[in-house]
Write a protein that binds this ligand. Structure first.
Ligand SMILES: [Zn+2]
Length: 228
């Protein structure tokens, strides 16, 4: 067997996918995780395979895929059916190096309601960049869903998928998972607030300050990554 040049990436994807499952953001084999491979010449991502529960998944089952063509590279298993959405995001967002897609409970509640998650907690603007918008509905795994998600995501760190779940992006896997965890906790706060009289919006000045922090964190020249 030749040495696997993507071994490190496959292992990182598996570790993160198990964490996502253990955190209750998905069950069994639901959701998916991807990241750009380190070698820029490969122009590829590593992504979880389809239909294999995380508790029995092994690194060699993680699939490496060309960002340009969508073809598998040195892989034997089939990529997650949400591959088109992952590829669409990597093609449109050069600042994104990792993606986590979840069906977490309160996020799914908002996605079923097709209700955006407005900035009602200070840290949301810092981590998400503003309101988490809802992508128009398209069936799972289609190119149409990918295009809708890219549009809803804009330059922010997450989007809801109508009647489905969310996508969360970051400069690395840890950051994408952090966005997913924060989005679930803030979605919960928002749903509970809706049930008990509604949330008070953040003041404009807080939105401006939070967004400035989000932009600073994304600027590779400054490199500051607070509160991770
Ligand atoms: Zn899904």
């Amino acid at each position: 067997m030749p040495e696997d040049r993507f071994r490190a990436e496959r292992e990182s994807i598996l570790v993160l996918a198990k964490k996502m499952c253990e955190a209750g953001l998905v069950v069994a084999s639901a959701g998916n995780v991807s990241a750009r491979v380190r070698d820029p010449l490969a122009r590829a991502i590593a992504i979880t395979p389809t239909s294999i529960p995380y508790d029995v998944m092994t690194p060699d089952q993680v699939v490496v895929v060309s960002i340009e063509s969508g073809a598998a590279i040195e892989s034997t298993f089939r990529a997650s059916c949400e591959l088109p959405t992952h590829l669409a995001i990597y093609r449109h967002r050069q600042d994104v190096d990792a993606i986590v897609h979840t069906h977490s409970p309160y996020v799914s509640t908002l996605s079923a309601l097709r209700k955006p998650l407005p900035p009602i907690i200070d840290e949301m603007v810092v981590y998400f960049g503003g309101t988490v918008e809802v992508a128009d509905y398209a069936f799972t795994g289609t190119d149409e869903l990918g295009a809708n998600v890219v549009r809803a995501l804009g330059d922010r760190a997450g989007a809801l998928l109508s009647n489905h779940g969310n996508v969360c992006v970051g400069r690395d896997l840890a950051e994408a998972l952090h966005v997913a965890l924060t989005m679930e906790s803030t979605a919960r706060a928002y749903v509970e607030a809706l049930r008990t009289g509604g949330a008070v919006p953040l003041p404009e000045e807080s939105l401006r300050l939070g967004r400035a922090m989000y932009d600073r964190r994304r600027d590779p020249q400054r490199g500051a990554v607070p509160n991770r």
